[in-house]
Design a protein. Structure first.
Length: 137
């Protein structure tokens, strides 16, 4: 995964007020590709929203920008509102559907569920191979 740029606050630079500049700044903090863990529509929408919030927080930290204060001073409007749609479209464009990766994730989930069910069946006792003793969790 690509390394993120430094997120130290830059006191000598100003927050990009222009929508295009803000969009470019936000896309600089995105990886080239995303590999979703699920291809369901709700999970992809949730992922895009979480990625938007993650990058928005990086940009706010970088420029020492207080979004809440800006919203209060500008009648409830955030500078990020105007770029959110384009940003989420860029996230969708960078999604890669790797079915082998999705298969591995589903196998892992299935095995974890089997282990959980076996532990529940044994009254939350996990035994060992070496001695017939258990530890309660």
């Amino acid at each position: 995964m690509e390394q993120e740029k430094s997120t130290k606050p830059e006191t000598d630079s100003t927050f990009p007020e222009d929508d295009d500049a803000l969009y470019r700044e936000m896309t600089e903090h995105m990886p080239r590709c995303y590999f979703p863990t699920s291809l369901g529509e709700n999970s992809i929408l949730k992922f895009a929203g979480e990625e938007f919030r993650r990058v928005k927080n990086i940009v706010c930290r970088r420029y020492n920008f207080n979004e809440d204060k800006y919203i209060r001073e500008n009648a409830g409007v955030s500078p990020f509102d105007s770029v959110r749609g384009n940003f989420e479209q860029e996230v969708y464009r960078r999604l890669r559907k790797d079915y082998a990766h999705l298969s591995i994730i589903s196998i892992r989930r299935l095995l974890m569920e089997k282990i959980r069910n076996a532990v529940k069946k044994e009254n939350n006792i996990i035994g060992t191979f070496y001695r017939n003793c258990g530890v309660h969790y």
